[in-house]
Design a protein. Sequence first.
Lengths: 350, 428
Amino acid sequence: MSTDPDTSGLLRSILPPKRLDRLFDLCGAHGWKLIGAGAVVGALPPVFGLREGYMMTVLSEMFLFAILALSWDIVGGQTGYPSFGNMAFFGIGGYATAILVKDAAVSFPIAMVGAVVAVLVFAAINGLIVLRLRGHYFAIATLGILLAIQQVTRNLDITGGASGKILFDVPPGIVFYYFFLAVLVVEMAVVYYLTQTRFGFILNAIRDDEGKATAMGFNTTYYKTAAWMLAALFTGLAGGAYGLFNTFLDPQTAYNGAWNVELIAMALMGGTGTVAGPVIGAFGLHTIIEYVESSFVGWQLVLLGVAIIVTVIRFPKGVVGTLRAYANEMDYYERGGMAATDDEEVTTDE
Amino acid sequence: MEEPMTDNHNRRTFLKVAGGTGALGLTGLAGCAGNSSNGDGGGDSGGSGDTITLGGSMSLTGDNADLGRLYKDAYQETIDRINESGGVEAGDGNTYELEMVLRDDSTDASTSRSIYQELIDREGIDYLLGPYSSSVTLPASAVAAENEKPMVEGGGASPEIFSQGNEWIFGLLPTANKYAKSYIDMALAQSPTPESIAILAEDGTFSQSTAEGARNKIEQTDLELVVDQTFPSGTSDLSTNLGRVRDQGADVLLLCAHQKHNIILANQMESQGVNVDAAMGTVGSLNDSFKGEVGPNGDYIYGPTSWDINADFEDPVYGGTQDFVAAIEDNYDYTPDYHSAAGEAVIMTFVNAFQSVDELTPTAVRNAIRDSDPFSTVYGDVSFDDSGVIAKNMLIRQWQPEPGLQTVYPSSVAQSDPLYPMPDWSER
């Protein structure tokens, strides 16, 4: 892939493709260490005094959105099934926790276990149905699930109906900070691990050509459902904590359609089908949203929309995808115009 | 045929690399954010220097932007006038100018928490203006309590806001469960006496509280509740629910919703020929912008208000209620309603507290608000009960073809009798 001549000239002088390629290789060789280092650095701010307040809220929300975007990417990016219903898992997790904590006086950790069970059961039942569909039929079906569960929640007494659940007596903000960070790190590690396993390759094979994957003898419905449930697990965990974090949960907040679009935009902007892309997209877009909300009052949605459109047009592969394509450029020329092979990289994989 | 295979190999390596890059990104971003937070630890009080800053969020865009504007304009007009007349002479012996920082929450409850945290931590604001709508006010009030900053609000009326034991929130609207009470009392006092009632309620916290209050009130009367439906706040079509109202022959219709749905209600009642003896929308049905949107379809529709625009309460900033009405009409080209007056009273609640404290701290100001004797504003006398709610009941107003908006209930303050029953659409 070639990059824009104007920008690539400047970029080449600062960061030549070959150097970026080496950097990617270096990161690839030390992926586990980098995830570990990220976890340590993420854990440091409270140690150095950030224990409450705005920055803690913003960082907690960044981790939260990174969980959501990476979860979406397990099915939407790695498996090629773009879901518009992930917020259904979020809402179910949120309500399960809220009900258990508020109405059943269960402790937060035990409530989270309950939330996970509820989300997984819901995902298993729905996954077996909607994952038989493909393309836009799947996308519409998942959107239908989201709208249906929102309506059901709105009409149940146990969920507080349309008025929602108020959760004032909640753990301090630092608990949620570490909770969201821990879930994100675990999720990154799990996804990173899976991408090196047969399971991950089969998900990618389904995305690239499901017919061929089926012809090779893989039970694609099983793998898709497993990926769907994995996404549900992490999304449900995030939702389970969010209700308490926000101190209030109603159907509009729990099954937030705008968030569903936002988390997809985050994955796209960062780069789908990667581990880092959705996380970078979530951090980047949420930072933009926070800045715009406080600096351009009343224009935030317009500017946010423009930012997404520009990013999608200029970087259709997302940040990671675009950088990777740029880094691969020299391989193309060095191999006499042939597509680059990655024999060496395969060797390092083993 | 080779390409997919190469692609897969590339992807395999790519994913490994991307994982590492993600961790790097996580590391860098978290590190940056952590550093930037160190500088805002002990932000100066909003009362430092010669300026006191009041801050909050409001529905400046989205479905409730028309209502949000009423608060914003009333805040700004009142603050400007106070500053023009020399500022606030606080009880600590200093004179302060007032400033306002107002963010836009688009009536989205998920934005509320970070907006108020940002105002407190980064803007250093100690005195909080509440947002509009109960669902946004609930998480905002939790932030106020966590940070021990007093919040005065004129836009959240759900009783749940005040039943959490939160000592930092004060509300200037009667709680939502009171919104329909006066309307039902008024309808039962008319002839012919209505026998049935329909409730259509939006699925928000406030509207559900309003509907619940109405149901409780109905249980104490002989009225039969023939329709009780909840609809999603995002809908722009009430025709199915209005069909139920018509089919059940309800005499009285109560719409528990905001302005957008009041507009839809008035227009779809006309287009579907839904005839009832009385119809009321709980929020936004008394605004000029509502009547401007629906024209004659809005005639005979009722709305509740916590403020009588024709009253003349004394006010230290404007002189009296009518001066406030004139100021808003002259400067903003619309007639204020109770949201505007409540907005003025929000500012005046803080001003009154600033004037009465010896030391300008959030706790002292909170205590002064809580313990204050009733004081007069354009909104009427203001004081708060133990839960932080103003003691007030709703009046009922009606759009009449001539002379226009009239206070019709209770009779002690009524400008004219209610036009009851509403004429059928075929007779208009």
